[in-house]
Design a protein around this ligand. Structure first.
Ligand SMILES: C[S@@+](CC[C@H](N)C(=O)[O-])C[C@H]1O[C@@H](n2cnc3c(N)ncnc32)[C@H](O)[C@@H]1O
Length: 378
């Protein structure tokens, strides 16, 4: 039996069974808007139903699939829409990997997953469950695995971040290298490690970098306590760090130009995906010379500086072969600093340099920190 036939038989067995199961499709075959799609076959009071959640870079779209259409729907997903499929079921978990040369690999794992019924009144199903041990070690949940009331916002923020990263994961390979620049107390670093290594069961090495030695020591202790052997933390100034070849680089709320340093490190380490949530934007603000009726107001000058800084960051990424998007990643209930730049090495924007020049001329800017950094690598 070929690998594809084994996969189809596995799906047939699941469809003819009576249990719930889940499939996560990713790695789109062509430019479709969805980055990934999760299909859950849920068993509630012995009745099955099927639901799809498609994830674009910024949104989720949920729909119901008629059971009679399910087989055809799943065939279309794997033949026409996606290269990659992960299956979680009571019969065992499995992965189907395909490439554009037609090579197919199907791997079955012994580990099984029970898919529980969902009710409409149920609390949102988060990628990171409340009883994940790292939440307890970071002081966000109790020993009974319940997230404290005062930590609920942080918990939702962590899950929102993981939801976004789910749709941005780099192409599948045996081992991913991930760097988190300016990791701070590393809530998101631990969450990412837990999600990739323990939930997705993938091989990953994650390193968090921060300038503050006391945070690094604390995070290394917690990683050791949790037995997270491929998660470590290093004390370093982002600008001076030499990264190994990296697949995914993140930097969340790294202060002012530390975000530029992180993007620069992502570019030089060849990261396939770079995800940053900028913090304060002081560097450009001082230079903006367009003092008209709008920018005489401090708050509007500040917002303009943010927009201009991030637009130039995004264009510099595009000039270096990345397709980039800027979007709001979490609502302002959590933080005012809610802009995210996500870039994937897919295609260069040939006009990016001209667009940067235009913006700089319009706003009287002579110096963007990231531009200076990347000049070094030309
Ligand atoms: C606001 S905290 C964000 C922490 C974490 N990324 C998060 O989102 O929860 C910013 C962190 O960046 C670190 N940082 C700022 N500039 C840095 C630099 N040049 N090199 C390394 N770390 C830096 C700070 O020490 C701080 O821990």
């Amino acid at each position: 039996m070929t690998h594809k036939q084994k996969y189809l038989k596995f799906i047939d067995d699941l469809l003819s069974g009576e249990e719930g199961f889940k499939l996560i499709f990713s790695k789109p075959r062509k430019e479709i808007e969805a980055r990934s799609e999760t299909i859950e076959i849920i068993l509630d009071n012995k009745v099955r139903s099927a639901q799809s959640v498609k994830r674009t870079l910024t949104q989720h779209f949920t729909s119901v699939i008629e059971l009679k259409d399910l087989k055809l729907y799943l065939d279309t997903c794997i033949n026409d829409h996606y290269f990659y499929c992960e299956i979680f079921s009571g019969l065992g978990n499995a992965v189907l990997l395909q490439n554009n040369k037609g090579t197919t690999t199907f791997i079955q794992k012994k580990q099984t997953t029970t898919i529980h019924a969902k009710s409409h009144n149920k609390k949102k199903d988060y990628a990171i469950s409340e009883d994940a041990p790292f939440l307890r070690e970071l002081g966000l949940s109790s020993t009974q695995g319940k997230v404290y009331e005062q930590s609920q916002k942080k918990y939702r923020q962590i899950n929102k971040f993981i939801e976004i990263v789910q749709g941005l994961l780099p192409p599948s390979k045996d081992l991913w290298h991930i760097a988190d620049m300016g990791c701070g107390k590393a809530y998101l670093t631990f969450a990412l490690y837990h999600y990739i290594a323990e939930v997705l069961d993938k091989n990953v090495i994650i390193t968090g970098y921060d300038i503050r030695p006391e945070l690094i020591a604390q995070c290394n202790d917690i990683a050791q306590k949790l037995g997270y052997k491929n998660l470590s933390f290093k004390q370093a100034n982002i600008e001076e760090t030499i990264l190994p070849p990296t697949d995914l680089l993140i930097a969340l709320h790294a202060c002012d130009i530390a975000t530029d340093m992180a993007i620069y490190q992502g570019i030089v380490s060849g990261a396939h995906t770079i995800v940053v949530a900028p913090c304060c934007h002081k560097q450009i603000r001082k230079q903006i010379q367009l003092r008209n009726g709008i920018l005489k107001h401090g708050i509007l000058l500040e917002r303009t500086a943010e927009m201009v800084t991030d637009a130039i960051r995004s264009l510099i990424l595009e000039d270096h072969g990345y397709k980039s998007k800027i979007f709001e990643f979490i609502n302002t209930e959590h933080t005012q600093k809610n802009t995210m730049i996500a870039a994937q090495k897919i295609k260069r924007n040939e006009n990016a340099a001209i667009e940067i020049k235009d913006i700089k001329e319009n706003y009287g800017i002579h110096f963007h920190y990231l531009e200076k950094l990347v000049e070094k690598s030309y």
